[in-house]
Design a protein around this ligand. Structure first.
Ligand code: HEM
Length: 328
């Protein structure tokens, strides 16, 4: 798999500099990257999702996907470059931690002319509604004399109850036994448009083809801190299912698109349409993923992100700024 090029890095930085946010100040993505560094310490890894593993595979779309979108990413089988990660900026985060999100970032047709990119986590909601709230969440965790202040964290949570929803979701679930044994959500509301010009509001959910695999708290305690990559390597070697059905959760008129801390009404009972299947077929050297970013705003025509979700567009400049920091 070809590495992202220097010109891709330059383009990402240029886009970050020219970024014109909707409801955030231009400084916010950089402030957040700095804040992640203050909470997790400065290092040469990603500011978030610091610990992870690059992988490759294939995406095979369904005929139903072609009915919903004209996007080049959903017309024929195409390669996938992906990266699984542990949430947060600790490059040594233990794989047994319960309250940390597991992430799955991936590009459909990474070396093609019209790739689509996604950065998903194993929760249906985000922990902040706006970049300013994300900054506040991090600021409440800034260490003083090397220690976080639990009272400050508690006070922020009490004043911003929606920031506790993601953590509550994660702690209500078992520790994932595999990066390929848990569901991931795109969280944001997307719109798919087909060749007839019909638009459909939807959210993405990835459902593991081998089923959910969780650990009890005691089983998790007995696992080494870095078991997830070994498990995935073994799963792929055995040709056990290591992939995801890509599902569209079908949106309805009036569904909000501006709040990533909320699920839609009865979201888990909604009609879903299978858009295709991702099969992870190989572990890839991390340098391939580390050479660039996964930019969730880069989507092949026929698929669009939300226009009014304040968390969507700032992701590109934040990821590009983080890339420059880890490259220097
Ligand atoms: C729904 C909202 C979001 C979700 C689900 C999310 C999830 C993730 C995940 C899974 C990663 C790891 C990516 C990888 O493996 O390459 C990541 C990286 C990161 N996120 Fe987010 N994120 C969200 C919003 C944001 C926002 C709004 C900001 C800042 C404005 C931000 C800042 C970062 C940074 C700086 C990185 C490191 C990027 C890199 O160095 O490649 N995130 N995020």
């Amino acid at each position: 798999m070809r590495c992202s090029t220097t010109s891709a890095v330059a383009a990402a930085i240029a886009a970050a500099i020219s970024f014109a946010p909707q409801s955030a100040t231009a400084a916010e993505p950089e402030k957040i990257v700095d804040a992640l560094g203050t909470v997790f310490g400065k290092h040469k890894a990603r500011a978030s999702g610091a610990k992870g593993q690059c992988v490759t595979g294939m995406f095979t779309p369904t005929a139903d996907a072609r009915q919903l979108t004209k996007s080049a990413s959903f017309q024929k089988p195409i390669p996938v470059l992906g990266r699984f990660s542990m949430g947060g900026g600790n490059p040594k985060a233990p794989d047994t931690a319960k309250p940390l999100v597991r992430g799955f970032a991936f590009k459909l047709d990474p070396n093609g002319t019209t790739p689509s990119e996604f950065v998903m986590v194993n929760a249906p909601v985000n922990f902040a509604k706006t970049p300013a709230q994300m900054f506040g969440f991090l600021e409440a965790r800034f260490p003083a004399d090397g220690k976080q202040d639990p009272e400050k964290i508690k006070a922020f949570a009490a004043a911003n109850p929606e920031t506790t929803r993601q953590g509550a979701w994660l702690t209500s679930k078992p520790v994932p036994a595999s990066y390929a044994g848990v569901s991931y959500w795109g969280i944001h509301a997307y719109t798919m448009t087909n060749t007839a010009g019909q638009a459909q509001l939807m959210k993405f959910k990835l459902v593991p083809t081998g089923g959910e695999a969780g650990l009890t708290d005691d089983e998790a305690k007995a696992k080494p801190a870095d078991f997830l990559v070994a498990e995935l390597t073994d799963r792929i070697a055995k040709k056990a299912p290591a992939g995801f059905d890509v599902m569209a959760i079908v949106g309805e008129a009036g569904d909000p698109t501006n709040d990533p801390t909320m699920t839609w009404r009865d979201e888990d009972k909604r009609k879903t349409v299978k858009l295709g299947t991702i099969a992870i077929t190989a572990i890839e050297k991390n340098e391939t993923c580390d050479a660039g970013i996964f930019d969730p705003t880069n989507l092949a025509d026929g698929l669009a992100g939300p226009k009014d979700d304040p968390m969507f567009l700032p992701r590109q400049p934040a990821y590009a700024i983080s890339l420059t920091r880890r490259a220097n």
